[in-house]
Ligand binder design. Structure first.
Ligand code: GTP
Ligand code: IMP
Ligand code: MG
Length: 335
């Protein structure tokens, strides 16, 4: 059962990009498949001194032997994809499903001009909501109708099943996160689709029996962009004082922040059937952990925090991020 899934546990931007990029070398996947909504996501991947901001290309792109696929549930904006290909140069390894929905300029215009979407929901303005609206109406264009994409078109579920039948490992990467789910999130302050592990499987076309691990990513504090409830939200001054200031990858908006929420984490583990936890940004809550790569070098209070997460959720903390670089990661528990 060699499929591993990576999902977000809070409101997005937990650092899924970094975790995906880090685990590729140990997992050795033959395929990295991107699920999730579409280019409303912004994943940051830092390899050496280079920072990549990715909205569509899978975050494990630098793992050179892997085929990179975008599942039929994911919306594609050809202009965004073109720019990312210029930077990542992975054209020869990329496959886009025939049935991916296409975001056109009119969808972006509708997303940014609609008062409800812009002001009440506070969307990313990337056109995803209006494109999914058109998909539900069955009037959205699909990738197979777009000449610019013809070289990349493929049957993503078909490729995944061929790999799974051979016993190869596939890594499925989600975007957004549990509480942005249209069904399980803080409606109406959510995205235009479900975002939990069940949906992620549907996004790429594989069923639950193939799943080996569901890695849920939590940041060591909670952030949220856009509108909607955030328990124990801190003031902008307090966010700055704690050094928790972040700006959205796609929109540049200041991310709202609050301390780690154990109740949200517990529920999220259940909603996703998560098997392992990755905690990112430990260094921002416990600065003495910055750059630490061995469990033995963590401070006692940081260990206690991680153990509390394990106790409350009932599953192990497997990976811990101590800095933005893919290499600034440690294994808190062995596999
Ligand atoms: P979405 O799919 O948009 O939800 O994004 P994401 O989960 O991939 O996260 P995103 O890259 O938007 O935000 C995470 C931010 O935290 C980025 O700036 C990362 O470089 C940074 N980051 C990730 N892990 C760590 C860590 O362990 N420590 C520090 N200091 N920064 C980290
Ligand atoms: P939309 O997905 O652009 O329609 O935005 C709906 C809500 O989800 C807004 O609050 C966005 O800020 C939020 N959102 C969508 N994608 C992401 C993401 O990748 N990270 C964080 N928030 C997101
Ligand atoms: Mg992001």
């Amino acid at each position: 059962m060699p499929a591993t899934l990576v999902v977000g546990g809070f409101f997005g931007d937990e650092g899924k990009g970094k975790i995906v990029s880090h685990i590729t070398s140990s997992l050795q996947p033959t395929i990295i498949a991107r699920g999730g909504v579409g280019p409303n996501a912004g994943h940051t991947v830092v390899i050496g001194d280079i920072t990549y901001k990715l909205r569509l290309i899978p975050s494990g792109f630098h793992f050179e032997s892997a085929r990179l696929l975008i599942g039929p549930g994911v919306l594609v904006n050809p202009a965004v994809l073109r720019k990312e290909l210029e930077v990542t140069k992975v054209d020869h390894r990329l496959g886009i499903d025939y049935q991916c929905g296409i975001i056109e300029p009119q969808h972006i215009e509708r997303d940014t001009k609609d008062k409800h979407l812009r002001e009440k929901v506070g969307t990313s303005g990337s056109g995803c909501g209006p494109a999914n609206e058109d998909r539900a109406k069955r009037i959205l264009k699909l990738a197979k109708e777009i000449p610019e994409l013809s070289d990349f078109l493929t049957d993503v579920p078909g490729e995944l099943h061929e790999a799974l039948d051979k016993g190869e490992t596939v890594l499925v990467e989600g975007s957004q996160a549990t509480y942005l789910s249209l069904f399980h999130g803080t409606y109406p302050f959510v995205t235009s689709k479900d975002t939990t592990a069940g949906q992620l499987l549907a996004d790429v076309g594989i069923g639950p029996k193939h799943v080996d691990d569901v890695i849920i990513v939590f940041k060591a504090y909670v952030t949220r962009v856009g509108e909607g409830p955030l328990k124990n939200e801190l003031s902008p001054e307090e966010i700055q004082k704690r050094g928790w200031e972040e700006h959205g990858t796609v929109t540049g908006r200041l991310r709202r922040a609050a301390p780690f929420d154990f109740d949200l984490a517990k529920r999220s583990v259940k909603l996703n059937s998560a098997t392992k936890i990755a905690v990112t940004k430990l260094d921002k809550v416990f600065p003495e952990t910055k750059g630490v790569t061995r469990k033995e070098d963590l401070s006692q209070r940081a260990v206690e925090f991680l153990e509390q997460i394990e106790e409350e959720t009932g599953i192990p903390v497997w990976l811990v991020g101590t800095g933005p670089k893919s290499s600034e990661t440690l294994h808190f528990r062995e596999e």
